[in-house]
Design a protein. Structure first.
Length: 455
């Protein structure tokens, strides 16, 4: 017996949405654990919206997540002849008719019957032949029911009488999505269709087409729950962060992303949340995926990422942060920064004052310099640091404690003006280690510049 054959079938119309990535992951986990195959099909038949760079982006994002696929990716656009052939087969079998209803007429009829716009259920075979402005529709049965066998949702059943007759070939001669999707799945011998629940309403048409085309044994379905934000709204690219590429650019780690995506609709029986890829392959159960919407919890994803960063070996962390930095990070700062960031993109703003003049953050400046003693702190710190014998975090701290005491300030208050003077901000890695790395000359220069700026 051969293993299951699955496919991930994205449309290249934008960045890879986290919902699509989750679908890719579930397909991948199931295929790998069952010794099956995962094929990749690019559904690039929407000329107005598809772009080649999005196709490349999909490959790149899947590779980054570590989700590989079997064989060459299939381009749906190269299969137009097969789609036309399938349409001809259906026509020859008397399963189609030509229709010249305009969109407006269809929507008006739907409106009059209290149906949503786009409902084509009132088109019927009027004996038209092919011709200008005519599209080919697939005649769905008018009685009986169509049952979807879904590993997650049981057996959603659709009354055939309310299934509209989908257009399968446009008046331009081009196959519609629903036909291309079915024909490709038949030809690719797909056994399991794992995809978002937004496709469930068209699945009965898919099944009817599959049967009409003599596709053989029907695939099993798993319609995955939609992703929602904290307001229980469907994730939207206008409102929410949804692009895998964006998470990558912000410095989320791929293994964290995979771990988090896996939990969007599924959890291991013991409720563990942190799982390696190997554990996911072993423990994931497609049949245990929930049908209710999954909350995409950014705070939780961030927490996973921060935990994972802190658990890394410092060398690995420095290596991982490399692409976000203009130069190597001083080894003395690595563990200090590592403890304080949640994403890799946060590293650069935290340490950029080391190699470049600090950009003074006005809010930090106003707050730190508000105390009357700020000017004295800067002056006395500069004097003390000038006189220091050994330039080390511990001695730098001791000296500033003494400066504070001389002005009746605790260390926290004495430190604030120094930190902003030297780093430009009120938050960052520990101050004295930073000064140690920065060196005496630069530190003194910045303290004096800040004193001058204070007037
Ligand atoms: N191309 C469709 C999409 O990106 C997927 C269709 C399917 O998986 O059957 O939503």
């Amino acid at each position: 017996m051969t293993g299951p054959r699955l496919r991930f079938a994205p449309s290249p119309t934008g960045f890879l949405h986290v919902g699509s990535a989750r679908a890719a992951l579930y397909n991948w986990l199931f295929a790998r654990q069952q010794g099956g195959e995962l094929l990749l099909r690019i559904e690039d038949t929407d000329e107005a919206r598809d772009r080649e760079e999005w196709v490349e982006g999909i490959f790149e994002a899947l590779r980054w997540l570590g989700l590989d696929w079997d064989g060459e990716p299939v381009r749906q656009s190269t299969r137009a002849a097969r789609h036309a052939e399938a349409a001809a087969t259906l026509e020859a079998a008397g399963r189609t008719y030509w229709c010249d209803c305009t969109r407006d007429a269809i929507d008006q009829r739907a409106h009059a019957a209290g149906r949503p716009p786009g409902y084509d259920g009132f088109c019927r075979d009027r004996g038209l032949g092919p011709g200008e402005g005519r599209a080919m529709r697939f005649a769905t049965p008018t009685s009986g029911a169509t049952v979807v066998h879904d590993l997650i949702r049981g057996e959603p059943t659709f009354d055939n009488a309310v299934i509209d007759d989908p257009i399968i070939v446009r008046s331009t001669g081009k196959a519609m999505f629903v036909l291309a999707n079915v024909v490709d799945d038949i030809d690719m011998a797909i056994t399991h269709v794992v995809r978002g629940e937004d496709h469930l309403p068209t699945t009965p048409k898919y099944l009817l087409l599959w049967e009409a085309l003599g596709g053989g044994e029907l695939p099993v379905f798993a319609h995955l729950p939609m992703l929602v934000n904290e307001k229980r709204q469907k994730l939207s690219k206008r409102r929410d962060s949804v692009a895998v590429e964006e998470f990558r650019a912000e410095g989320f780690l791929p293994e964290v992303m995979v771990n988090y995506l896996a939990l969007l609709g599924w959890a291991p029986t013991d409720g563990r949340e942190r799982l390696s890829v190997d554990e996911l392959v072993r423990e994931f159960r497609l049949t245990d995926v929930n049908s209710s919407p999954a909350f995409f919890d950014l705070a939780k994803l961030r927490a996973f990422n921060g935990d994972t960063i802190r658990a890394m070996a410092p060398d690995d962390f420095a290596l991982a942060a490399g692409p976000w930095l203009s130069g190597p990070l001083d080894p003395r700062l690595v563990p200090l920064v590592q403890e304080r960031v949640v994403t890799l993109a946060e590293v650069a703003p935290m340490v950029d004052f080391i190699d470049a003049e600090p950009v003074i953050d006005p809010a930090s400046w106003d707050k730190a310099m508000a105390i009357p003693a700020a000017a004295s702190v800067l002056e006395r710190a500069a004097d003390a640091y000038q006189a220091l014998d050994d330039w080390q975090a511990a001695t730098l701290k001791e000296a500033l404690v003494a400066v504070g005491e001389s002005l009746d300030l605790n260390l926290k208050r004495a430190q604030a003006p120094v930190r902003v003077a030297v780093t430009g901000r009120s938050v960052g890695p520990p101050l004295f280690e930073s000064l140690e790395v920065l060196g005496r000359e630069v530190t003194l220069r910045r303290l004096q510049a800040a004193r001058a700026r204070l007037g």
